[in-house]
Design a protein around this ligand. Structure first.
Ligand SMILES: Nc1ncnc2c1ncn2[C@@H]1O[C@H](COP(=O)(O)OP(=O)(O)OP(=O)(O)O)[C@@H](O)[C@H]1O
Ligand SMILES: [Mg+2]
Length: 261
């Protein structure tokens, strides 16, 4: 299996603050990773590097067998699907749902004068259909509910048929039914052998889709634990990461955690 991500001692320093501290991390083809850790732990920063959107201050970030800093990021980025709140904020207010997905093939967030192939339009429609959003294709993205937006963002992230899919808090802001729907869809995607390697950032164990194989726990920019999900999501590791004694349950493929009394 080839390496999708190979980070060696990756550090990021901004304004004198260490956001990531010598992170070693390997993601291989077919793996599905969850990244967890408290607010400010460095999860989004790590994803920004994995997506070729930010360079490490020190260390080496290997992405899809290329080394960040020695490769044209504009060639690398279409090979990586990214869905994040920061990216969603760049979408122009009146952009239609179909265009939000379609513009991903040009690495853009707003439609200007590009001409799209019929093939691209069919693919965008198919992805919207797969994510239950095809009837919304002519609506303004800004008029959608949070749950609807999340599904459009994932369809967009898959538009270029990426080798790596990065999802930063895809379930944030969803109601219970919306969360369960998304978890089921992501679980289905995780089980698809044709699907790209996946990395999902979340704050809640309850949002981890069944079928995810690996986990990385971050705290203060450093790795608390990393590896197969069952080895990482222990009460000891999670309590250390969140600095809170936790009871952790694992039942029917789903995880949950509560404070220990
Ligand atoms: N340009 C910067 N200068 C200084 N500190 C920064 C800069 N950019 C980010 N940070 C800090 O880096 C830390 C890590 O940020 P990051 O967004 O990666 O955390 P996160 O784990 O994604 O948190 P959250 O769960 O809240 O999304 C935060 O404390 C943030 O304030
Ligand atoms: Mg974040």
């Amino acid at each position: 299996m080839s390496d999708v991500l190979e980070f060696a001692a990756v550090s990021v320093v901004r304004g004198g603050k260490t956001l990531l501290d010598a992170v070693d991390w390997q993601v291989k083809e077919g793996e599905r990773w969850v990244i967890m850790g408290p607010n400010g732990a460095g999860k989004t920063t790590l994803l920004q590097i994995a997506g070729g959107r930010m360079h490490p201050t020190r260390g080496v970030a290997g992405i899809l067998e290329e080394v960040l800093g020695t490769v044209d990021v504009f060639e690398l980025r279409p090979r990586i699907g990214l869905a994040s709140a920061a990216l969603a904020n760049q979408i122009p207010e009146h952009e239609t749902v179909l265009n939000v997905v379609l513009t991903a093939s040009y690495g853009m967030t707003g439609r200007w004068r590009e001409k799209y192939e019929k093939l691209d339009e069919r693919r965008a429609f198919r992805l919207l259909h797969d994510w239950g959003m095809s009837t919304f294709m002519n609506r303004n993205f800004s008029s959608l509910s949070e749950g609807e937006r999340k599904r459009v963002q994932i369809a967009r992230a898959l538009m270029t048929d990426p080798e790596l899919l990065l999802l930063d808090e895809p379930a944030a802001g969803l109601d219970l039914a919306g969360r369960e729907d998304l978890v089921a869809r992501l679980s289905e995607l995780a089980a698809d052998e044709e699907a790209p390697a996946m990395v999902l950032v979340t704050h809640h164990l309850e949002e981890v889709p069944p079928g995810f194989t690996h986990a990385l726990l971050l705290r203060d920019g450093g790795v608390v634990a990393s590896g197969p999900i069952g080895d990482v999501f222990t009460e000891t590791n999670l309590s250390t990461a969140f600095d809170l004694p936790l009871n952790v349950q694992h039942d029917g493929g789903r995880w949950s955690a509560t404070a220990r009394r």
